[in-house]
Design a protein around this ligand. Structure first.
Ligand code: NPQ
Ligand code: MG
Length: 380
C-alpha cells in the first residue's frame, strides 16, 4: 500500500472516577489517535477500495509515570522521525512497519500506534478481521477489572461489590506499601475464596520487601504483578524464590526477547501482554508465542484504551495462550461516553469484533466533541 498521510488527533476524555495507582491518580485521559490514509496496491484484489483508512491508538499517558513514554513525546517522535521513516519503504505493509522503524531506538508506544493504524487500514482493505489475522480461537473473551487504590477499605469493598455484580470474572487490586495485605484480606473475607483475585504494584516495592510480600501468600492470589523496578529481573527471580504467589511481569516485558529472558531467569511465571508496551500487535503476538512455547500463561493488559484500542486488545486476547482473564474491561469501567460503540459486558465477557480490521471506528460526532487538536502529516 501507499501511505497518503497520517492524521494525529488528540482527544480528552474524563474518567468516570479517579483511578489511583502506586504512581499517581488519573482523572482524565489525554489520548493520541492516529488515522492513516492509504492507497491499497492494485493486487489487493477485486472489490478493494482505492483508498482505505485505519485507526491507531497510542497508549502513552500525559506524564511518564508508568513508562518513560508520554503523549507529547510520542506525537513529537511520530511527526519528526517515525512517520517520515515510512516514506523510504519500498513495499509498505503493516509487517514492514517495525523493521522500517528499527533504526529509531525505543519509543515503542509511538511505534505500536503507527503499526496499528496501518494494520487496521490494510486489513480493512482486504476485508480481514484483526482477530483472524492474529490467530484468534474464540469469539468472546473473559474479562477482569483493575480496581484502584482507595481512601478506605469500606470504599474498596463497595467498588469490588459493584464490579462483581456487573459480572467481572476476576478482580485486580492496585497495591502499594501501606495498601496491600489489609485490602487483600478484606476482599477475601467479604467475597470468599471463589473470587479470582490478583494484585498489581506497578514497581512500588524493593527487594527488601520480600518477607512482607510473602504475607500475601495466605490469600490464594492468582499472581503478583510487577512488584519491583522495571529493570530488576534478577530481583524478581530472587523474589520468586521467597514468595509462593506467582510473579507476573508487566513493565519489564518490552519485547518477545525480554519475555524469553525473564522466563529463562525465573523472573516470572505469568506475563501481562500490552501491545503498546512491546511496540505493536505483531510483537505482542510474538510475546504470546514465546510464552506459549514455555508453558507460561499470558493475559491482556489494559491502558484505559478507548473502543479502538479495546477492540484490538479483545482480538489479541482471543489467541489460545491467553488463558487468564485480562484487563479488557467494558467501556463503562472508564468512560461515560466512548468514542466508538461501547463495549458492553455480557456474562462477564466481551465479544471479539468480527468486522474487517479492528472492526470498530469512531463515531464522528462524538470524536469531534472530544478532539482538542488535529494535525495532518503527509506520507510523501
Ligand atoms: C497496569 N493498567 O496494568 C495499567 C497501568 C495504568 C488497567 O491497571 C491512564 C493511562 C492511567 C494508563 C493507570 C491497569 C493509567 C494507565 C494505570 C495505565 O499497570
Ligand atoms: Mg500492570
Amino acid at each position: 500500500m501507499k501511505l497518503m498521510g497520517i492524521e494525529l488527533r488528540r482527544i480528552s476524555l474524563p474518567l468516570v472516577a479517579p483511578f489511583r495507582t502506586s504512581f499517581g491518580t488519573e482523572t482524565r485521559r489525554d489520548i493520541l489517535l492516529l488515522r492513516a490514509v492509504v492507497k491499497p496496491d492494485a493486487t489487493t484484489g477485486a472489490g478493494a477500495p482505492d483508498e482505505a483508512e485505519g485507526w491507531g491508538e497510542c497508549v502513552a499517558m500525559s506524564d511518564p509515570r508508568y513508562s518513560s513514554e508520554y503523549v507529547d513525546g510520542c506525537a513529537d517522535v511520530l511527526r519528526r522521525f517515525l512517520i517520515p521513516a515510512l516514506s523510504t519503504v519500498e513495499h509498505l505493509s503493516a509487517r514492514a512497519v517495525a523493521p522500517a522503524l528499527a533504526g529509531i531506538k525505543g519509543h515503542r508506544m509511538a511505534k505500536a500506534a503507527l503499526e496499528m493504524a496501518l494494520l487496521d487500514a490494510e486489513l480493512r482493505a482486504l476485508g480481514v478481521p484483526l482477530a483472524r489475522e492474529l490467530g484468534a480461537v474464540r469469539d468472546r473473551v473473559p474479562c477482569g477489572v483493575s480496581v484502584g487504590i482507595m481512601d478506605s477499605v469500606p470504599e474498596l469493598l463497595d467498588a469490588v461489590a459493584r464490579y462483581l455484580d456487573a459480572g467481572y470474572l476476576r478482580i485486580k487490586l492496585k497495591i502499594e506499601p501501606g495498601w496491600d495485605v489489609e485490602p487483600v484480606r478484606a476482599v477475601r473475607e467479604r467475597f470468599g475464596d471463589g473470587v479470582l483475585l490478583q494484585v498489581d504494584a506497578n514497581t512500588a516495592y524493593t527487594r527488601a520487601d520480600a518477607r512482607h510480600l510473602a504475607r500475601l501468600d495466605a490469600y490464594d492470589l492468582l499472581l503478583i504483578e510487577q512488584p519491583l523496578d522495571e529493570e530488576d529481573l534478577l530481583g524478581h527471580a530472587a523474589l520468586a524464590r521467597t514468595v509462593q504467589t506467582p510473579i507476573c511481569l508487566d513493565e519489564s516485558i518490552v519485547s518477545a526477547r525480554a519475555a524469553a529472558d525473564a522466563i529463562a531467569l525465573g523472573a516470572c511465571a505469568i506475563v501481562n501482554v500490552k501491545p503498546g508496551r512491546v511496540g505493536g500487535y505483531l510483537e505482542a503476538r510474538r510475546v504470546h508465542d514465546v510464552c506459549a512455547a514455555n508453558g507460561v500463561p499470558v493475559w491482556c493488559g489494559g491502558m484505559l484504551e478507548t473502543g479502538l484500542g479495546r477492540a484490538a486488545n479483545v482480538a489479541l486476547a482471543a489467541l489460545p495462550g491467553f488463558t487468564l482473564p485480562g484487563d479488557t474491561s467494558a467501556s463503562a469501567r472508564y468512560y461515560h461516553t466512548d468514542i466508538t460503540e461501547p463495549f458492553v459486558l455480557q456474562d462477564g465477557h466481551l465479544a471479539v469484533p468480527a468486522g474487517p480490521g479492528i472492526g470498530v471506528a469512531p463515531i464522528p460526532e462524538i470524536l469531534d466533541e472530544v478532539t482538542t487538536s488535529t494535525e495532518w502529516i503527509p506520507g510523501r
